[in-house]
Write a protein that binds this ligand. Structure first.
Ligand code: NOJ
Length: 557
């Protein structure tokens, strides 16, 4: 693949940034962020180096699941703006070299959606079969509940309908029946609509549940759900060649691989690496990267034209559901010992900085890992400045507080009365007074400036996103070292997980003279010995990215 071709598969080395319009920037003073607000702050994202903006659901909603409960798949919630303002935002983003994707939440609708209202009202409704009904709940109705604190069954009796309906999430989110060809067609129409308005793809919500047709009564005769995903991808590619699907598939690696499709990768373009993320936390808790190494060894390679989506935090709880009970407890003990920090017995409703004791060295190391590990990094708004959570907010809302722009009232997010804000800001060490964009722009050592540097270097190093990566052997227990090679280029990244200095000797080159390893993040050059070994020192929680320069190479380093 030549470098120029890589732009066609832009998502492979993208920097994805997820934000909720509602909590980003409020321009009309109603306490709620809006689309105009995102447009006004587009240059913050461009300067950071974001290349793909992921908008969380902005559709009309009763807002009982932060917008993941939708009443019109074709609409824009008037509290956030209009279609016109969305198109304006997309245009501005494109002008800054940024694409925009949005959540596609079609596993379910809100129970207030006109389709469901019609479906429940009569068995003759044209929408009755768009949902999944039964006279009696199946015996396993209480298995696999996603929100166990709120729900006791996957099936809810509806008085008006006189039947039970399936809901994988909250009971106010009835599942659509994708075994129904009309539903499938409608989902395509929805995709086509937003692509036409300028979106470059979708983050697909809850993919395994969307594809799961087990609730349908005639399950035995159903077509393979993966054929459906293949159809969706093909449809999208016909309408918009460059569009991508980034899927939420939190399953063991062997099962996730199927969602990329066959050799050519003809289903999801990207899948989030939930396992790697969980193992990263275990490794951070142990100051030992062994579990991360193990997960990378197990992680299947995506097809050539596909990619893993890597992340440190997202808008949900930090799920630890794929760790063993003992491992999960270790992470709880290290990063969320109090019950109020935990959720559903499987996760933490926290952001990274408070978990790491706001240790800037450790934070910088964690994000350096994110940008150097193979996969496309996905950031959640506020990570770039190290925002903390607000445990006083309910459930997952702890991590969904307003973006902190300045040290002034409401963190500069809104001029509304503080008690009218879409979500309450954190107090104490993580309040806007201590954590905000304005201050960090001026501080050369801030997390924000570190993040900008990492993003610049990541974008300049095709090795990291396009290359083959190899885990490097050495004998320091606390160090994670890998190399990435692409064409003639080699980048080496080393990360120290411990609060002590470390030293590693890495075999990185063939025997020869004059090879150097040049630091990409700060000043520093190490000579590679004639035997091809380079000796590197690392500070406590230190990290280094180095480019191998061979005699005659013409890189700017
Ligand atoms: C997954 C989303 O990430 C989560 O926030 C939401 O509650 C559920 N899907 C239901 O849509």
């Amino acid at each position: 693949m030549r470098l120029t071709e890589t732009a066609d598969v832009w998502w492979k080395n993208a920097v994805v940034y997820c934000l909720d319009v509602e909590t980003f920037f409020d321009t009309d003073g109603d306490g709620r962020g809006d689309l105009r607000g995102v447009s006004q702050r587009i240059d913050h994202l461009a300067e950071l180096g974001v290349t793909c903006l992921w908008l969380m659901p902005f559709y009309p909603t009763p807002d009982r699941d932060d917008g993941y409960d939708i009443t019109d798949f074709y609409g824009v919630d008037p509290r956030l703006g209009s279609h016109g303002e969305l198109v304006e935002l997309i245009t501005l983003a494109q002008d800054r070299g940024m694409r925009v994707i949005a959540d596609l939440v079609v596993n379910h609708t809100s129970d207030q959606h006109p389709w469901f209202q019609s479906a429940r009202a009569s068995r003759q409704s044209p929408y009755r079969d768009w949902y999944v009904w039964r006279d009696e709940p199946p015996p396993d109705a209480d298995k696999g509940i996603v929100f166990p604190d709120q729900e006791k069954s996957l099936w809810e009796y509806d008085e008006q309908a006189g039947q039970y309906y399936l809901h994988r999430f909250y009971k106010h989110q009835p599942d659509l029946d994708i075994a129904n060809p009309e539903v499938r067609e409608e989902i395509q129409r929805v995709i086509g609509f937003w692509l036409q308005l300028g979106l470059s793809g979708f983050r697909v919500d809850a993919v395994p549940f969307l594809l799961d047709t087990a609730g349908a009564l005639d399950a035995a005769d159903l077509p393979d759900p993966h054929d459906y995903l293949r159809d969706l991808r093909a449809f999208m590619a016909r309408r918009h060649g460059g569009a991508m699907l980034l899927g939420e598939v939190n399953l063991p690696y062997k099962d996730v691989r199927r969602f990329f499709g066959d050799e050519d990768g003809d289903e999801l373009t990207m899948c989030f690496d939930f396992i790697g993320m969980q193992k990263l936390y275990l490794s951070l808790a142990r100051s030992d990267p062994a579990e991360l190494v193990k997960s990378l060894r197990e992680r299947p390679d995506p097809p050539e034209e596909a990619q893993w989506g890597t992340f440190v935090r997202n808008h949900d709880e930090l799920t630890l559901d794929k760790l063993t009970d003992e491992e999960r407890q270790e992470v709880f003990d290290a990063f969320g010992p109090e019950e109020s920090m935990q959720l559903y017995g499987r996760g933490l409703r926290r952001r990274l900085p408070p978990m790491l004791g706001n240790d800037l060295r450790r934070l910088k190391m964690a994000y350096s890992l994110l940008f150097s590990l193979p996969g496309t990094p996905v950031l959640f708004y506020g990570e770039e400045i190290g925002m903390g959570e607000n445990l006083a907010a309910e459930g997952r809302n702890a991590v969904r507080t307003p973006m902190q722009w300045t040290a002034t009232a409401n963190g500069g997010f809104s001029i509304a009365d503080p008690d009218r804000l879409a979500a309450p800001l954190p107090e104490g060490d993580y309040s806007p007074e201590h954590v905000n964009v304005a201050a960090q722009r001026r501080d050369p050592d801030s997390l924000l400036n570190w993040m900008k540097l990492l993003i610049q270097r990541y974008r300049e190093c095709p090795e990291l996103s396009w290359g083959r990566y190899t885990l490097l052997e050495h004998d320091s227990r606390s160090v994670f070292a890998h190399r990435s090679d692409y064409e003639d280029g080699t980048v080496i990244a080393v990360h120290n997980f411990a609060d002590e200095p470390a030293h590693v000797a890495l075999a990185v080159a063939g025997a020869g003279v004059g090879v150097q390893a040049v630091d990409l993040l700060s000043d520093g050059t190490a000579d590679v010995g004639e035997d091809g070994v380079v000796e590197l020192d690392l500070d406590p929680y230190g990290c280094r990215w180095l480019r191998l320069i061979r005699p005659g190479d013409r890189y700017i380093v």
